[in-house]
Ligand binder design. Structure first.
Ligand code: ATP
Ligand code: MG
Length: 242
């Protein structure tokens, strides 16, 4: 479904991503791991059109998307969340989701958008907070809102950037269940960045590991977690095990 070939991204003198090849198969849940600063969010910025690579090609369902703008990529069916959540703080939870629905689908009917948004909030378990101002939500709910708003554009592929960060164990378990339901009931493919090893190993079919922008492993979770290059990459930076 998503394929990157020979992707390179340079910031000044810093090579953030180097000659990276990757693939995400339709209906899979693929994880992206690596120490801080290894290029994970940069890769999501390249896929979603916020940045352009110096080299390489990204294609989605066989169409090249490398040089498209973020809104064009969203309309192609790729939605993302942000590592630092970005709710529209002055709007209610419902209207935050409605913006995603209006934007992604190009409909101008606010009533219809709100009704679809309510269905989505029911799905993600945020319905009871629909009238709360997004700025007042606690972190776990803000992350859930970020995911709900991304679902509003009815994506085929969802890019999740650290949706478990800062959550407690119970909230992480709930987030994993939500990810499974998004795939199972909505048929959405998921590519997710995570630091919480135990959680990503449980959630993903396959994991890609990067270090200094270079791919160091790609395979089943247990294989990647035990790969010498992955262990080496994490030594000294802390290995999050719970
Ligand atoms: N817009 C930018 N301009 C300059 N440098 C950048 C920019 N975005 C990222 N970088 C640098 O590129 C490198 C990779 O950053 P990136 O945010 O992709 O890492 P990450 O793997 O997501 O890290 P983390 O786990 O901490 O979120 C870092 O050295 C970062 O400082
Ligand atoms: Mg990041």
């Amino acid at each position: 479904m998503l394929k990157g070939t020979n992707i390179t991204k340079i910031f000044g003198g810093l090579i953030a991503i180097s000659k990276l090849d990757f693939e995400v198969e339709k209906s899979s849940i693929v994880g992206l791991i690596g120490p801080n600063g290894s290029g994970k969010t940069t890769l999501f910025n390249l896929i979603s059109g916020f940045l352009r690579p110096e080299e390489g090609k990204i294609s989605f369902n066989g169409d090249e998307i490398t040089h498209l703008k973020p809104y064009q990529i969203a309309r192609f069916g790729i939605a993302r969340t942000f590592q630092i959540v970005r709710p529209l703080k002055e709007l209610t939870v419902l209207d935050n989701v409605a913006t995603g629905v209006l934007y992604g689908r190009g409909t101008a009917d606010i009533k219809e958008a709100r009704s679809d948004s309510l269905d989505l909030l029911r799905f993600t378990g945020l319905e009871s907070k629909k009238d709360t101002h997004a700025g007042l939500l606690k972190l776990a709910d803000r992350k859930r809102l970020e995911v709900t708003r991304a679902l509003g554009i009815r994506p085929q592929l969802l890019l999740l950037d650290e949706v478990f960060a800062g959550l407690n164990q119970k909230e992480i378990d709930e987030a994993i269940q939500l990810i499974f339901r998004i795939r199972r009931e909505m048929g959405i493919t998921i590519f997710m960045i995570e630091h919480v090893m135990k959680a990503i190993m449980k959630a993903c079919d396959r994991i890609i590991a990067v270090h200094f922008g270079i791919k160091v492993a790609d395979g089943p979770p247990d294989e990647v977690a035990n790969a010498p290059k992955v262990i080496e990459a994490y030594l000294g930076t802390g290995y999050v095990t719970d």
